[in-house]
Design a protein around this ligand. Sequence first.
Ligand code: ADP
Ligand code: MG
Ligand code: MG
Length: 882
Amino acid sequence: MDQKYVYFFNEGNATMSELLGRKGANLAEMVNLNLPVPAGFTITTEACRRFYEEGKQIHPVISSQIEDALATLEQITGKAIGHPTRPLLVSVRSGSSISMPGMMDTILNLGMNDKTAVSLADNTGNPSFAYDSYRRFIQMFSDIVLNVDGSLFEAELTKMKERAGVVRDSDLSADQLFELVHIYKMIVAEETEEPFPEDPIEQLMLAIGAVFDSWYNQRAMIYRRIHKIPDHLGTAVTIQEMVFGNCGDTSGTGIAFSRHPSTGSPHLFGEFLLNAQGEDIVAGIRTPETLDLLKETIPRAYQKLTAVAQCLEKHYRDIQDIEFTVENNRLFLLQTRSAKRTAEAAIKVVVDMANENLISREEALMRVDPAFLCPLMQYTIDPQAELEVIGSGMGASSGAATGIITFDAEEAERLHRTGLSVILVRPETTPEDIHGMVASDGILTVRGGVTSHAAVVARDLGKPAIVGCGTFIVDLEERRLYTDTLTLNEGDVITICGSTGRVINGEAPLVPPTFSEEFRTLLMWANEVKILPVLGSVNTPKEARLARKLGAEGVGLCRTEQMFKDPHRRPVMTKMMLSRNQIERRKILNKLIPMQRKAFLGIFREMEGRPVTIRLIDPPLHEFLPNAETLTLEIERASVAGNTTEMEEKQALLERVKILHESNPAFGHRGCRLGITYPEIYECQTQAIAEAALELKKEGIFVYPRIIVPLLSDSHEMQAVRENVQNSLEQVFTLYEDRIDIPIGAFLELPRACLTADKMAAHADFFVFGTNDLTQSTYGFSRDDAEGKYLAYYLDHKILADNPFVVLDQEGVGELIKVGVTKGRLKNPDLKIGVCGDHTSEKHSVEFLQNAGLDFISCLPHKIPIARISAAQAAIKSLKRG
Ligand code: ADP
Ligand code: MG
Ligand code: MG
């Protein structure tokens, strides 16, 4: 027996979407539910693959199965394709197993020719309807199958409407439509040098081939690349009896959502057009009205639609996006699928559905994709603020950001490294700009639309972006940005709102995200099931407060060097790094201590009663040293101006910078290496930590500081730092005549530290893995260079499956973590071990970390809710596994 390539609707069901496409499978499912669906059948995706194997030919085995199915369809409907008195008209629809809305082609009203048009007019007594359907068919078929430019038809349609003095297509008379059909056929004859095909079977086979062919059209291919949909899936083709929304004022077509797709509100929502066919809405030719129009004009169809939407939602247990048509008061369903929705709606819907007992709480938690929630964590512009709006474009990626203007990726990266917030402004972006986009807080382009490179990448990175901001002229030479009334230079501050597309002069006040009641409920449910505690990685009291608000159960990592990145504190730090000897250094450190103590006091207060892990300073030299080239320029300038004192000072500085220069600062004199060679640095920091804790203890506030040592490679380093830190602690305790338990731990971010974890554990009270640097040091990739240069190529060519800086590499980095955990606990079975890094909110990584037996994860404040959901999902999965 030949393989089965064609399935009638009643032979399929929703689980068969791989074979029938999602559309075909769901049409079958609706038929099984006894819902009003026009009769039809689906040609499988296997037939599509075969089509390409045969060099774009429909194999005779397949065409004979199609002809058999067509005969059955004719029997069921009592009509026949091309029949002079009872003509059957069909749609030919595309649909793959993963829905790609609007990407491939669909042809309506197939089976029309001069004869069937006449009988359709006679049978319905409605010639304008018949010729409206005919002219639609010629236009669609010619555009899709015969490759005739669709605008040629549009132009004639517009001309005809002008001549007739009407605005809407549906106001054209039967005679005018008849004439239009004639004109359309002449266009086809002229463009293709062949008459329009009148034979309906020929029309059908050509249309099926064209739909298969549309799988590889440009927009479908781009859509698949963006959404990582494999090319080999292919599309199914559904042949379905036409129902007509264009036969008068008791007919129409629309799209309905069982709940609102952007707010999640549990009411039927949608769009409707009276006296129209489906593609009018999809193509945006006419602006549709709301479903209220249907409710008023055809109330019975509206009621039926409401009932059907509820039925479908109950059946699929998810919001449905339903395409329907009303023909002479009768409702027909043409498609249903799970609706695409905003993050806000996604959350509201699952929480509401769990409260309605439609799904369980676990299912509610499992259904949200944690990564998809990023837009909810963004800062927005304070709605109360008065703003100087200086331009506007298309909001391409939501959220707001303030930063200084910069015009190229390299500069963006450099400024970002020095701790500044940057808005990258470009005419447009290209793949070469990616490292600059990563380093920027927001992106603004003058050209491009919402699917341009800048927009797609920004959304991917979760960064606010505005594209197509034609208000501005960018002068890359002069490094300026113009509007009609204003000039902005590189270094000026602007704020962009990626949701509304507004550009604001200066710094606009931003407010942290507020969460809906449903989101808070979902997060509460997450806490009820998750196993891994989620801590915050914060550097300032302000960040600590936000982390607490978002549910941090403590601080997993406080990077002390980050406290010195603000413009006031930075020079002190720079001075410290430039000091020539211990005496000089101590003098400056004495200035640094009170600053640090103040910061620690603030963080401790915010985290009252919870652990706060503070990492001793790990300053990569180059981030704090003056730039040698800039200095050389300044010296020249001072010498030209005759300013000898300045010149000599700067020369001395340059000498010092040259001595401190490192060829590879990432692996340079930093971390514990600095702490060991200049012990006074860690002494001072320890002192500040202990003092802050004891001050608060006096006030009756309980805090749990922990100290952690960065960039360890050998246990002797840990031993040396530990001795030093303990001594300093004892000094403070003596002075205060009080003491407090401060565990001292090891930060594991180099492979050797993981491999020797048993020895480390002899001197460390706890471990924290730093997965960002561990990934860099395991791969030997420098993240900025990798992401800016070769990583995109690696991912495109599948050399690596995922970006290891986003999804934890379980085989390599994960293995080192496992070794570290095993060896560490071999030495000390009660050793507490945590992880911090950008992986700690990504769902696969979190699951791995939970199963590797870690005690906590720590992430940036705005990632905490995402981490909580990820942790809940990991727990639910392991619970299911038993
Ligand atoms: P897409 O995947 O682009 O949404 P569809 O195959 O769903 O393409 O077709 C687009 C529109 O065409 C549908 O929403 C529907 O309104 C209309 N349509 C498709 N088949 C029929 C039919 N048999 N009768 C009436 N309208 C139809
Ligand atoms: Mg559709
Ligand atoms: Mg590090």
